[in-house]
Design a protein around this ligand. Structure first.
Ligand SMILES: Cc1ncc(COP(=O)(O)O)c(C=O)c1O
Length: 383
């Protein structure tokens, strides 16, 4: 049976082998494993790509979020951490790390519902929540889920009116754009993950923060190195969260392929769109007028709900088509958040999505026939 994996990193490595091997070889020769020249080169490339002043390489996307929040607490409050009475608005329909970073920065996540069309946090709900939590909400973390950008015009305008910060979770949106500008370049900080499966992925954990603010950048540079400009004289409660030289080397080699690969992802999405458009029990992903979606995931929603999603997933797996449910449990339902979060209004759309979404294979290098065949299996599935 033909297997159709979600992603095929071996295939991608073969495709870029020469560039990656050469980049790693340079590191083997210079042996500068901590903050070697590749880290600086990558930071400059990403800052330039995002059209933003600073980029700081960090150890993971989770750390990118945490470090941004810690720097924003220092900048806006003059405190090492936020306090539990500081609320940070975000979506419950995201990966654990988004909410976890808020808790670890000392604040309380305030979950508001998503827009059922895009699966992204609803600007209307952010605005409503802010009128209820006036003076208590200090920031918002929009997540560009599946690579589909949030409406950053609306979100930044609301944040400005309410004097709160914006930290973008761009873990899934490397290369995505809103109104022609890259995600990550709208907020006070943009947080990227280079986890191996991401649109730009390392050979292990890696991440980066981009920001236009000199103070935020300087604070993050301190926090990644034990909290001081000089690690033998720390000023803040810091971490060891530097981006490894070898990961930067891999990322530098893969960087040149990133835009082309995003285009390939978009082509696969077109094949799915074309082939699935007439199935009346499935809702296809939407592209927004001002958005450039990079399809970290191509995610459909079953109008019939959970049982059927799980049945479809099982049926596809039996036919060699790998799929995933991102995410099966909204954050506010997880034990860790239950007693530590605040909820604004109904989270109905997050709830429905958690039980009915399914992501299909989007390997940039997969033959078009594979997307076609995955779609054909879906067409044959009977509800
Ligand atoms: C939306 C989102 N936020 C944060 C993260 C955390 O990134 P990392 O795994 O690099 O720590 C991820 C990915 O794993 C993610 O998908």
């Amino acid at each position: 049976m033909k297997q159709i994996p979600m992603l095929d990193l071996k295939l991608e490595y073969e495709y870029m082998k020469e560039a990656i091997d050469a980049s790693i070889k340079k590191c083997l020769e210079h042996q500068k494993w901590i903050l070697g020249p590749e880290v600086k080169e990558l930071e400059e490339k990403i800052a330039d790509y995002a059209g933003i002043k600073h980029c700081i390489g960090v150890a993971s996307g989770t750390d990118a979020l945490l470090l941004s929040l810690r720097a924003l607490a220092l900048k806006t409050k003059g405190e090492e951490y936020f306090s539990r009475s500081d609320f940070i608005i975000t979506t419950p329909f995201t990966f654990t790390a988004t909410g976890d970073a808020i808790l670890r920065a000392g604040a309380t996540p305030l979950f508001v519902d998503i827009d059922p069309e895009t699966f992204n946090i609803s600007p209307v709900k952010i605005k409503e929540a802010l009128s209820k939590y006036k003076g208590k909400a200090v920031g918002v973390i929009p997540v560009h889920l599946y690579g589909n950008p949030c409406d950053m015009d609306k979100i930044t305008a609301i944040a400005k009116e309410n004097n709160i910060f914006v930290a973008e979770d761009c873990a899934q949106s490397f290369g995505a754009k809103w109104s022609g500008k890259r995600t990550g370049s709208f907020g006070d900080a943009g947080c990227f993950s280079f986890f191996p499966s991401k649109n730009l992925g390392a050979f292990g954990d890696a991440g980066a923060v981009v920001t236009d603010c000199d103070e935020t950048a300087e604070l993050i540079r301190m926090l990644i190195k034990h909290g001081g400009k000089d690690k033998y004289d720390a000023e803040h409660i810091g971490y060891n969260s530097r981006l490894d030289t070898i990961q930067a080397a891999v990322l530098l080699a893969k960087f040149k392929y990133a835009d082309g690969f995003n285009e390939k992802r978009r082509k696969i999405a077109e094949i799915y769109n074309e082939n699935l458009k007439n199935i009346n029990w499935i809702k296809l992903p939407v592209e927004q007028k001002n958005g450039y979606h990079v399809y970290h995931q191509y995610t459909v929603r079953l109008k019939e709900g959970k049982g059927k999603r799980d049945e479809l997933q099982k049926y596809l797996s039996e036919n060699g088509v790998q799929t995933a449910a991102y995410y099966p449990l909204s954050l506010y339902k997880m034990k860790v958040f239950k007693k530590r979060c605040e909820i604004y209004g109904s989270l109905k759309n997050s709830e429905i999505s958690a039980s009915s979404v399914l992501s299909l294979p989007v390997e940039p290098l997969m033959e078009n026939g594979k997307a076609q065949s995955a779609a054909d299996y879906i067409k044959l599935f009977r509800l």
